[in-house]
Design a protein around this ligand. Structure first.
Ligand code: UDX
Length: 452
């Protein structure tokens, strides 16, 4: 008897590193569970098909490159999201319709990023089930749901001088007003974006979360009530396979041999993800902070990350010579391997959700410096809720940086943080083991997709 033919899942990632990584990791997981994978993707930040020869890649012309270079100067992320949700509609619909015309019977469903909220209407029109992939945390969905984006816009522009700046937000007391001021400079746009995203998550056939039950248990309870569609918590996706090949930028692997030479838990790893930008002044304060603390450090400076510089031009004079072999600066690192390396002692991070999860998985304490969007929410969970990191409040300033690094690397507080995050690391491993919560949720997801 012939083996049953493998059904295809069509994926559509948002074209940013922090969203492409989890989508392609999920693709690998589902591929090993018997599905064929077709990835429809934007031309901007196009994944490299040769890294995934077992998938089919179909680019669509979304025109995002026309506005992408505004990212360093335009701090309104909702502008880019709105653009994508408009420019992708026709090319995505045409592409999906063609795939269905060719082989409707063999296409099980589409899985698209929750931020591509328009895809629900397209999937409905074409009578194809859509699963929504939420690449961020559940806690952030609850926070966004609760925040008064539409009704109290003034609280999004408080400054240090305002008396409420340090006060908890009544609608979500884990957050302070100073945190929500960072989420977005455009509360109306953010509120519209969140409303569209959440409505279309509710309308979907199911939500896939890159998180695990034991980490976000109370949030999961609320989500199950607020979002009656089936939820699957099978994260962290990157733990299903050894370090992934989903990076869009070449990772500098020479640092692994440098890490090999450093004492255990001695290195400060600093990286602020794939989209955050900092000013020249902030960049210099980071450099002084890292230098002054006296520990070995590995610092990721993406070309273009410093506003107005190509790469390292605005480093303090003779910085690299003065640091010698104690400090390494790279354009992009193999981050998961760096975090898993025994020499890594702490992670100074912007708290993108992938970075946060990757740190938890390796039991590495965090220093939180969130920039925007979900990062301030993730950072509060890390420092104030799970207590597995410290919060570098109020920006980059050398004395504050030095103090935070010392708290984590040298003080008793650091040992306690390390103990708590090691506990979470153990829980991650249990959840992925046979019979664990993520393992079970993955089986449920595979059965669910097979039932379409
Ligand atoms: C974006 C948003 O900023 C983030 O808040 C959201 O949760 C996801 O989308 P990004 O800023 O890039 O993501 O951060 P993050 O989510 O941490 O993802 C970065 C990814 O790039 C991680 O998987 C990390 O391992 C990888 N990375 C980072 C590298 O491979 N090398 C590096 O040097 C730095």
């Amino acid at each position: 008897m012939d083996a049953p033919q493998r059904k295809t899942i069509v994926l559509f990632p948002l074209p940013f590193q922090g969203h492409i990584n989890p989508m392609l990791q999920l693709a690998n997981i589902l591929h090993t569970h018997g599905f064929k994978i077709t990835v429809i993707h934007a031309q901007y930040n196009s994944p490299n098909p040769s890294n995934h020869p077992h998938f089919t890649f179909i680019p669509i012309d979304e025109g995002f490159s026309k506005i992408a270079d505004q990212a360093a100067t335009n701090r309104d992320g909702t502008y880019f999201m709105r653009y994508l949700n408009e420019s992708c509609v026709d090319p995505f619909r045409d592409c999906l319709a063609k795939l269905l015309l060719d082989d409707r019977e063999m296409i099980a469903c589409v899985i698209s990023d929750v931020a591509f909220y328009f895809t629900q209407t397209v999937a409905d029109e074409l009578k194809l089930p859509r699963l929504a992939l939420r690449t961020g945390s559940m806690g952030c969905v609850l926070a966004y749901d609760a925040l008064p984006f539409h009704s109290n816009k003034t609280c999004f522009c408080l400054t240090k001088e305002d008396s409420d700046y340090e006060v908890s937000v009544p609608e979500y007391p884990l957050l302070k007003f100073k945190d929500i001021a960072k989420i977005s400079i455009n509360p109306q746009g953010m509120g519209d974006f969140a409303t569209n995203m959440f409505n279309q998550m509710k309308a979907s056939s199911g939500i896939i979360w890159n998180t695990f039950k034991e980490l976000e248990e109370s949030a999961l309870e609320t989500i199950s009530q607020d979002y009656p569609t089936p939820s699957f918590t099978l994260g962290p996706f990157h733990k299903y396979f050894p370090a992934s090949s989903t990076s869009l930028i070449e990772q500098d692997r020479t640092i692994i041999s440098w890490l090999d030479k450093q004492p255990p838990k001695s290195v400060v790893y600093a990286s602020f993800g794939s989209v955050a930008h900092i000013t020249e002044l902030e960049f210099q304060e980071v450099a002084h902070g890292l230098a002054n603390v006296g520990l070995p450090f590995l610092w990721v400076v993406r070309p273009g990350m410093v506003i107005g510089s190509d790469w390292l031009e605005s480093l303090p004079e003779n910085f690299e010579e003065r640091m010698g072999d104690r400090g390494r600066i790279v354009k992009w690192s193999p981050q998961q391997e760096v975090l898993a390396h025994p020499a890594t002692g702490c992670f100074w991070t912007h708290n993108g959700w992938n970075s946060t999860l990757e740190s938890i998985c390796e039991g590495v304490p965090m220093i939180c410096s969130p920039c925007f969007a979900d990062q301030p929410v993730n950072a509060r969970y890390v420092s104030d809720f799970w207590k597995i990191g410290v919060f570098l409040e109020d920006g980059f300033e050398r004395m504050g940086i030095e103090m935070m690094i010392k708290r984590v690397m040298m003080d008793k507080e650091g040992d306690e943080i390390r103990e708590r995050i090691s506990c979470l690391k153990d829980k991650v491993n249990l959840s992925l083991d046979e019979g664990g919560s993520s393992f079970q949720s993955l089986n449920n997801l595979v059965d669910y997709i097979s039932s379409f």
